[in-house]
Design a protein around this ligand. Structure first.
Ligand code: FAD
Ligand code: UQ1
Length: 444
């Protein structure tokens, strides 16, 4: 099923649900919104927004919480890695937004267009003013395919895909399935990214697929990254270098994608160590990870830092200037890897920060920067990278998680989606911190 068709089906299911919801008056949609002031206003109904709305509902009651979110479908993005490799369906990644909004919480179906934090007001793109006592910003990040010459129109050609968007994730699988002979190229952008491991997970899966189908000897697998290393945390980078050596994968560091000529199956990279030097790579398939950046609405607003990300305290997640504004997830300038796992840990801290502020006390729970990336290395193995602000491993399980493991693969493919939909989004999963303590009891 194409992404578009899938979205249409989800939408028709969605509309049926919305009508039944309106009838039963469980939800309040924007059209029905009875008020334009909320104690807690949440911007963005993605991972962080839904999670925090569920938690705030428990604190102050559903009638005091609203979410501003334009999309009709909420996606579990981490599974797209497996969709691009043909191991999961794109349909399994989406649920209607109506079904994930905590019941009774108001859904304002718009985009936030402007901030006015001095007056505790936001403006939506439909011109509506909404005021708040407390604001939680969870706007995620923006993908910038257009910053690569030849994209996004290059996706109209075959042999090219990208797991980072629901529109292009199935194209990755088509390109891989139809691989015959030549270069299989995988790229990483010259910007911050969400899930820094995903650009290479699809490469290991492609390697495994080509081996399984007897085509590996006809493939030259190449990973071009602008970074000076394969992964930010040394323990896992060392393990990944062993894997790429064993599997005969070519890594080119400091190589940045600048253009795709999809009609000619060519990709052009600049060498960041040799300014002005570019190299053309022919490809039989290419997986593009796009440049990413902060949401446009944040950039130049009074809430961002000099680089455009939401300016929050790295320990408490409270805004550095406006004490009644908080941030979570990919849109923030928290100096850690942008993942859903990080959102989980941040949600527990932010929950506590808000409680303390409501009691007029000082926030006392500190975020340690926990983030995690299940580095899928084949169709039945993964390395579970977990680390903190200092890039130090912060592993949950009492085993060496840098070793490829079947259990970790099943955790990623089968257990994480359940934990996401039924634990995190319901506001019950605050990351593996407590589990880590239990697992390491009696150990130093
Ligand atoms: P999002 O979930 O992206 O939500 C942002 C929301 O804001 C969206 O719903 C959007 O519609 C909304 N929005 C945007 N602009 C506006 C506006 N102006 N007004 C109102 N709403 C707006 N994480 C892991 O932990 N493990 C993994 O294995 C993993 N793998 C990944 C693989 C891929 C291919 C991808 C793409 C991501 C992966 N992630 C993984 C990362 C994870 O999905 C994100 O870090 C997480 O979803 C971030 O949550 P968020 O709430 O910050 O942003
Ligand atoms: C996690 O909490 C999480 O969010 C639900 C993910 O996103 C899908 C993850 O990938 C990981 C690894 C975690 C961490 C959870 C455990 C049990 C280590």
């Amino acid at each position: 099923m194409t992404g578009q068709l899938h979205t249409q089906r989800l939408l028709s299911r969605q509309y049926r649900r919305v009508f039944s919801v309106i009838n039963s008056q469980i939800h309040t949609s924007s059209g029905l919104a009875a008020k334009d002031h909320y104690k807690f206003l949440v911007l963005g109904g993605g991972t962080g927004g839904i999670t925090m709305a569920a938690r705030m509902k428990r604190k102050v009651g559903a009638q005091n919480v609203a979410i501003v979110e334009p999309s009709e479908v909420h996606y579990y993005q981490p599974i797209w890695t497996l969709v691009g490799a043909g191991a999961k369906s794109v349909a399994s990644s989406g649920r209607s937004t109506a079904s994930v909004i905590p019941s009774g919480v108001t859904w304002v179906r718009s985009k936030v267009a402007e901030f006015d934090p001095r007056n505790n007001v936001v403006l939506t793109d439909s011109g509506k003013k909404i005021s708040y006592d407390y604001l939680i910003v969870a706007l995620g990040l923006e993908l910038h395919y257009e910053k690569i010459k030849g994209l996004p129109e290059g996706f109209d050609h075959p042999k090219i895909g990208s797991n980072y968007s629901v529109k292009t994730v199935e194209k990755t699988w088509i390109a891989l399935k139809n691989f015959k002979e030549g270069n299989a190229l995988f790229t990483f952008p010259n910007t911050p990214v969400k899930c820094g491991g995903a650009p290479q997970k699809i490469m290991y899966l492609s390697d495994a697929f080509l081996r399984k189908t007897g085509k590996r000897s006809k493939a030259n697998i190449i990973y071009n990254t602008p970074l000076p290393k394969l992964f930010g945390v040394k323990k896992y980078a060392d393990a990944l270098w062993e894997i790429v050596k064993k599997r005969d994968i070519n890594i080119n560091l400091r190589h940045n994608l600048i253009e795709v000529r999809a009609d000619k199956q060519e990709a052009i990279f600049e060498n960041l160590d040799k300014p002005g030097e570019t190299k053309v790579y022919k490809y039989e398939m290419i997986h593009v990870t796009p440049p990413m950046g902060p949401p446009a609405v944040l950039k130049g607003s009074s809430l961002d830092d000099a680089t455009g990300w939401l300016d929050v305290d790295k320990n408490t997640l409270q805004h550095k200037t406006y004490a009644n504004v908080f941030g979570i997830g990919d849109c923030t300038n928290l100096p850690t890897s942008k993942t859903a796992a990080a959102v989980a840990a941040q949600s527990a801290v932010l929950d506590r920060t808000v409680s303390q502020i409501l009691r007029k006390k000082t926030p006392d729970k500190m975020y340690d920067g926990y983030s995690s990336c299940p580095l899928v290395t084949s169709y039945n193995t993964a390395i579970l990278a977990e680390f903190d602000y200092d890039g130090q491993p912060l592993e949950t399980f009492p085993v060496d998680q840098s070793k490829e493991s079947r259990v970790m693969y099943h955790m990623k493919a089968d257990f994480m989606p359940i934990l996401y939909w039924h634990g995190l989004l319901k506001g019950f999963w605050g990351g593996p911190g407590p589990l880590r303590t239990i697992m390491h009891l009696g150990m130093k």
